[in-house]
Design a protein around this ligand. Structure first.
Ligand code: C2E
Ligand code: MG
Ligand code: MG
Length: 269
């Protein structure tokens, strides 16, 4: 236990310096339209390249960032970098990708979240409709009214709100109807064995029916096989993301995809 406490303390200390020392970077995982396989957006995912410990997963360091309050500064950096990148890609390739950015519940407790997001969007000059903020159900559970008001204000400026990891929390239908949710991301745990697990297939069908009636777009996370992708499309899920299409990629790798896409648009042969 002592060892674990020490490791945690070290992460905490090192994380304080990670941002100024430029050890954090973003990778981007493509999101595709299932029917065509066309890339419609990317999700920005943070990575920490530690000088001694190597690459550290966000699963490990985001909780530390949340406990220490560092997540505010880190989250702001993520948002700024991702938005600037979206704008740059649109300028360079003429392709407007939707940029999905994960928000920590702790960030949403900040009282200036609305002005912070709006400020970044206008500073980088991006169209707010291409920004999608991913929140988890945990954000909504037991949160005060202010969080809901803030999310509503953000959606008024055209920003899209996506509910991440859907199905793993309370999956409260009340929140979905109360809030202006644009997209539901079905958690990977329901998707990975979809073709063999009829119970999960029934759950996904029910989510599809609900989303359709509410006018919410559905995206399936963690698609790893063609069979699962085909089944999802048949069930009526519109979008997907997963290793079948691409792993989270460097900006350079995304640029190669965009080059191809732009060339295809210029000469449709
Ligand atoms: P998430 O937002 O649900 O992101 C999806 C995670 O699933 C990513 O893990 C991604 O690499 C992984 N994934 C995608 N496709 C597949 C697949 O086909 N199979 C499998 N097994 N995994 C797949 P990653 O990048 O390690 O991120 C983990 C979590 O860390 C994210 O889950 C998100 O909750 C959090 N996170 C990442 N970046 C940020 C950030 O900038 N801010 C905040 N607050 N949280 C972040
Ligand atoms: Mg996410
Ligand atoms: Mg997720």
């Amino acid at each position: 236990m002592n060892e674990r406490a020490n490791e945690r303390l070290r992460l905490e200390n090192d994380l304080r310096r990670a941002l100024p020392l430029e050890q954090l970077h973003l990778v981007y995982q493509p999101q595709v339209e299932l029917a065509s396989g066309r890339i419609v957006g990317v999700e920005a995912l943070i990575r920490w390249q530690h000088p001694e410990l190597g690459l550290i997963s966000p699963v490990k360091f985001i909780p530390v960032a949340e406990d220490t309050g560092l997540v505010s500064a880190i989250g702001e950096w993520v948002l700024h970098s991702a938005c600037a990148q979206q704008r740059q890609w649109q300028q360079d390739y003429g392709i407007a990708l939707r940029m999905a950015v994960n928000l920590s519940p702790v960030q949403l407790q900040q009282n200036d979240i609305v002005s912070m997001v709006n400020h970044i969007v206008s500073e980088v000059g991006m169209n707010p409709e291409y920004l999608e903020l991913e929140i988890t159900e945990g954000v909504l559970m037991g949160s005060d009214e202010q969080v809901k008001v803030d999310l509503y204000k953000l959606s008024l400026s055209g920003i899209q709100i996506a509910l991440d990891d859907f199905g793993t929390g309370y999956s409260s239908l009340r929140y979905i109807s109360q809030l202006d949710i644009h997209k539901i991301k079905i958690d990977r745990t329901f998707i990975h064995d979809l073709t063999e697990n009829s119970q999960n297939a029934s759950i996904v069908s029910a989510i599809v029916a609900m989303a359709k009636n509410l006018g919410i777009t559905l995206l399936a996370e963690g698609i790893e096989t063609r069979e699962v992708a085909e089944l999802l499309a048949r069930l009526g899920c519109q979008e997907g993301q997963g290793y079948l299409y691409d792993r989270p990629l460097s900006p350079e790798a995304i640029e190669r995809l965009l080059e191809k896409e732009a060339a295809g648009q210029a000469s449709p042969t």
